[in-house]
Ligand binder design. Structure first.
Ligand code: IMP
Length: 193
């Protein structure tokens, strides 16, 4: 039966209000409507602050791809976007290992650069990127993150735009993954401990 086949093959199973991603259960944390309302506000603020400055967004892959796609469409001033990729996370715990995988081709010198992150947890990733980009003589450097976990922060980082400050909890959805899964979910989900 077609419907049974689809059900069997779905990795993300909806059980009542919870969602299973691999071996863990998650519950809805921030619904997609709330995310898009917040992204619209962030886009408006950035557009006003960077009007006619041709900002260069540098989105940190993989987690930020959905946020980047939505945020960039809310930017009403001319801008550019590029991508960087690091590896730092294994399953639900931070390994602390940060390896540059895809470097940046664009010239940074003299540009107004906005680093675009999905989530700032310990702050190690963003501190590392900040350090790298600071050497490139940007006209200005700032950070926009969809999510920020203030209680998990280990490094001092200046974040100019924050979507949501959240507790020290593990989240998936809207681009964020658990062991590679869950990025496709429209809502943000929180791990049920
Ligand atoms: P940080 O270096 O500890 O700030 O971690 C930043 C990166 O860790 C993010 O770009 C995410 O890829 C990943 N990360 C941190 N917290 C979570 C989470 O709750 N869910 C999924 N990924 C996370």
């Amino acid at each position: 039966m077609l419907s049974k086949g689809i059900t069997d093959n779905l990795r993300n199973r909806i059980k009542k209000n919870s969602m299973q991603v691999r071996d863990k259960e998650f519950k809805v944390f921030i619904p997609s409507k709330e995310i898009s309302e917040r992204v619209k506000i962030l886009g408006g603020a950035i557009s006003a602050d960077y009007e006619n400055l041709n900002p260069l967004f540098i989105a940190v892959l993989n987690g930020s791809f959905m946020f980047a796609a939505d945020l960039i469409r809310q930017i009403t001033t001319p801008c550019e976007i590029s991508f960087m990729k690091f590896s730092s996370y294994e399953a639900t715990s931070n390994t602390g290992i940060l390896k540059e995988l895809i470097g940046l081709k664009e010239k940074i010198a003299g540009r107004h650069v906005i680093i675009l992150e999905d989530i700032v947890d310990t702050g190690n990733t963003i501190a590392h990127i900040w350090e790298l980009l600071q050497k490139e003589a940007a006209a200005s450097l700032s950070v926009v993150t969809l999510l920020f976990k203030p209680d998990a922060l280990e490094k001092e980082v200046a974040i100019r735009y924050i979507g949501f400050s959240i507790p020290k909890t593990f989240v998936v959805g809207y681009g964020l993954d658990y062991d590679g899964m869950g990025r496709n979910l429209k809502d943000l989900y929180q791990l049920i401990e």
